[in-house]
Design a protein. Sequence first.
Length: 346
Amino acid sequence: MFDLTTKARTLIRVSGLKMYFPIHAGIFRRHVGDVKAVDDVSFDIYEGETLGLVGESGCGKSTCGRAILRLYDITAGSIQIDGQEIGDLPQSALRKLRPTMQMVFQDPQASLNPRLTVEGIIGEPLLEHTSMSRAERKARVHELMDAVGLNRSFSDRYPHEFSGGQRQRIGIARALALNPKFIVCDEPIAALDVSIQAQVVNLLEDLQKEFGLTYLFISHDLSMVRHIADRVAVMYLGKVVELAPEEALYGEPLHPYTRALLSAVPEPDPDLTIEDRIILKGDVPSPANPPAGCNFCTRCPAVMDICQREDPEFREVQPGRFVACHRYGQSAENKTENENENETAA
């Protein structure tokens, strides 16, 4: 497990990342707005750690992961990998950096070429980025198959001949082919049976120890993120609302949305009653038309007047703990004043 008490080197630095998708309408396809999938996201990932990224479906998790790897041309912001700025690099220059950063996709069936054998799939990055001979590539493919627990004799088979868990192992082996430093795992267990999910997560942990990998682990499964992540970032409507070490976040969540999210995790405790659940009212606003002020103000059970006017700053409120909430960003005097205003209005 990554030691958060040591002074680790920052491998990934994301600052003010924005990923907007334009909306066009009318016969002249005029630009009438934007879908703000990722809106001003900032965080660091330390070398050797696993940062979990969680949130509801549609909150921008996967878009954020893809934007960090520059699979999209970002709208604004800075992305540094191992000290090198890649946010504004053209795709031709990014090609040389692809061996450093790789991705494990959510759906192993859709992300593998059905016309290639396992040897062809895992060996394709080696063919594109190295000058290995055919014999060297084959030997490397066999090494990678051993590393992810696949039988070497399967190298001539096609993806449809494997189970979901085996296909995901093929995807992981392909991601490891070029010895990357950083891997984005985009919900790698979401499409798998529950019985297989633990195997894949344990494999990722073993590979991290063996090769010194750094992960961004994207998932909506909070119990699995708790198992694998060293720190956890919580996203809501394109923004990171809380970032904290795993034990601190699960033990004492600060942001109202984080508390509601964790209260929804199924518990085997028979003494846990329905009263312990936090039920959020209303629907998630559209990312094309987010509310003024805090994105969560329309559903927050602890909303104040200032929440509807000003967007809270994402700031460090305790050592290593960051939160975007006016209840932690205000002075005590202003906080009391807002609470009194709310009581008077009620």
